[in-house]
Design a protein around this ligand. Sequence first.
Ligand code: FES
Length: 136
Amino acid sequence: MPQYSEKVMEHFRNPHNVGEIENPDGVGHVGNPVCGDIMEMYIKVKDNVIVDAKFKTFGCGAAIATSSMMTDLVKGKTIEEALQISNRAVVEALDGLPAIKLHCSVLAEDALKGAINDYLKKTTGKGLPNWKPHED
Ligand code: FES
């Protein structure tokens, strides 16, 4: 059985920022075709700063913990800063993930990028250059 850090277990048992944002400024909807897990991320943006983020994850414990941590990390960040948050940063903030669960953190990065892409498309008419979710 993979070993999960105490932080992963905390975020899995008590995920932060679960739910939907009413009238979000951006929504990311991604899925992993291999395991079938699905993640939705919602952001609220004010003056280029992500003031709120929420998620709904229909997936494994690591996917829930990484989306919980990702939504914590992006709050208060500018769009540019949020784009620098990689799945690796989320894994580090969770004190690591078992190797076979690293792909779950990629879903959290993709969901955030999807939400930012949606926000940019709505506000500037142009999304992130070459954005598309990772394929596993
Ligand atoms: S097993 Fe599918 S995201 Fe974790």
